[in-house]
Design a protein around this ligand. Structure first.
Ligand SMILES: Nc1ncnc2c1ncn2[C@@H]1O[C@H](COP(=O)(O)OP(=O)(O)OP(=O)(O)O)[C@@H](O)[C@H]1O
Length: 252
């Protein structure tokens, strides 16, 4: 269980988050949306232990987060810069396993297993710059999954992809979530995407001093389909509710 208890966050005097409370049960896929600049990335950085909370606490399974938690993985939007161009795809994916003391052959086997999972085994010996944006982001996801994360944080991971690649990766993420039961906190600008992939959507109010403005369970059937799910009346109603909350003025 990830718990965010009364977390406030500032950059200098700039008040970004105000007493944010969230409890994320194991295995939940939580989407965080909100207007630009409201503090979504700041919240993720705080959960990742990269930014100490100015007030309040973040705990994972009851242990306060004071640095980067064990078995945490993060995927950012900027896949181009997160992969090392001089390493093959397989070696990029195997990289985080070095810290686990596995031998080179074991690291490569494990990387290939994950690459197969994300549909990129054929690209294992290529270099990231030889791949499309969508494939590069798949590599970044594979690299995050190779450590079998208990908690996966994703910051606008599909934001710069074309529509088809984006939908494919949304479905890959849902497959990983269903199969591995990974707890995922997923930040996105895209209201439709948040309802499509989320078990739950949290909307942050506009800053400064953003709070949780809406906390909405997504009761859609777990098996989602890009065409059928998005056409469901429940989907349309949820999307409208999230959209209204994102556009609502913040507290004065
Ligand atoms: N390192 C920093 N130093 C100072 N201010 C920052 C820093 N990072 C972010 N900010 C400011 O804090 C606020 C929240 O930023 P953050 O990136 O968390 O928002 P966001 O909701 O993720 O934005 P976006 O949707 O545009 O990506 C913004 O006003 C931003 O300008």
């Amino acid at each position: 269980m990830l718990r965010i208890d009364s977390v406030s966050q500032y950059y200098g005097d700039h008040h970004v988050l105000h007493e944010v409370d969230l409890a994320v049960p194991d295995g939940q896929l939580l989407c965080v949306v909100g207007p630009s600049g409201c503090g979504k990335s700041t919240l993720l950085r705080t959960i990742a232990g990269l930014l100490p909370a100015r007030a309040g606490t973040v705990t994972v399974d009851g242990t306060p987060v004071t640095g980067v938690p064990e078995r945490l993985a993060v995927v950012f939007q900027d896949y181009g810069r997160s992969l090392l161009p001089w390493l093959t795809v397989r070696d990029n994916v195997a990289l985080p396993l070095r810290r686990q003391g596995l031998r080179r052959a074991e690291r490569r086997d494990e990387a290939e297993r994950i690459l197969d999972r994300v549909g990129l085994l054929d690209a294992a010996r290529r270099h990231p710059w030889q791949l499309s944006g969508g494939m590069q982001q798949r590599v970044a996801i594979a690299r995050a999954l190779v450590v079998r994360p208990a908690l996966l944080l994703m910051d606008e991971p599909f934001g710069s992809l074309d529509a088809q690649a984006r939908e494919d990766l949304e479905d890959l993420l849902l497959d990983v979530h269903r199969t591995d039961g990974t707890t995922i906190v997923f930040v996105t600008h895209d209201i439709d995407e948040s309802v499509y992939v989320g078990d739950r959507v949290v909307v942050l109010s506009p800053g400064p001093g953003s709070r949780v403005a809406l906390d909405l369970p997504v009761g859609l059937p777990p098996k989602r389909d890009q065409i059928a799910t998005r056409g469901l009346p429940e989907f349309v109603a949820l999307r409208a509710e999230v959209g209204r909350a994102v556009r609502a003025p913040g507290p004065e």
